[in-house]
Design a protein around this ligand. Structure first.
Ligand code: FES
Length: 229
């Protein structure tokens, strides 16, 4: 059975940065929307989580890649419940995929946008909540949850990662490429911002015409990155 390191394609003695890079790559490769499978995507998420939790050889994955899981032993069947689970760190972000708004015929400024989303029964990739920890960008927090949100430059230059802030405080750093008018409308670049309060955001808004006009193709950054390897 593959170890979490084998699933991510990194050496067991890889450092944190290499593990995160490998995780991001594998998330992109295995995401169902990118031609991967739900099983492989889940296995990558589990592998990363297990490494972060201090993987020891011999651990069993929570979601084996093939076949039914073996039955629990007597001791495994009744684990001691955690009497006091830790509170998640950071602020809470409620997110919605812009594709859902387009598919449903909704609008970004609908007053009940997130109420409708909560009642819609959408996949976790499209609607849900997660926490953004201190010193983490919104994009990094989404990726930590295993979501493959759009990005390219990771430096506030291309707008592929644009989100719309519907509620909450999310200031931009001094340097960004958004015109003031778009910034005033709540558009932010998820690779360089972090929420200061609980927030509601719509991601994947690069298809909004005013944002799309600023878009630099992701292929430009892939070429730049490979030419410096
Ligand atoms: S990924 Fe390019 S602006 Fe965020």
């Amino acid at each position: 059975m593959a170890s979490p390191f084998e699933i991510l394609g990194v050496d067991p003695d890889a450092d944190e940065a290499d593990i995160v890079d490998a995780y991001r790559e594998r998330v992109k490769e295995t995401h169902p929307d990118q031609g991967g499978s739900a099983e492989a995507f889940q296995a990558v998420q589990d592998a990363y989580e297990r490494i972060e939790n201090g993987y020891e050889p011999g651990d069993e994955p929570r979601h084996p890649p093939t076949g039914p899981a073996p039955g629990p032993t007597a001791t495994e069947a009744d684990p001691e419940p955690d009497p006091d689970p830790p509170e998640p760190e950071g602020v809470e972000v409620q997110y919605l995929n812009y594709e859902i708004i387009a598919d449903e015929g909704w609008a970004l400024d609908d007053d009940d946008l997130f109420e409708k989303a909560a009642d819609g029964g959408f996949d976790p990739e499209d609607y849900g909540r997660f926490h953004v920890a201190e010193n983490e960008s919104l994009l990094e927090a989404a990726e930590s949850e295993g979501y493959a949100w759009p990005f390219a430059c990771r430096g506030g230059a291309c707008t592929n990662c644009a989100v719309a802030v519907v509620e909450g405080e999310m200031p931009s750093p001094q340097s960004h490429i958004l015109p003031q008018e778009l910034h005033d409308k709540g558009i932010r670049l998820s690779c360089i911002v972090a929420p200061e309060t609980d927030a509601k955001i719509v991601y994947n808004v690069k298809h909004i015409p005013e944002v799309h006009d600023l878009l630099l193709p992701a292929s430009r950054f892939e070429q730049a990155s490979s030419s410096t390897d």
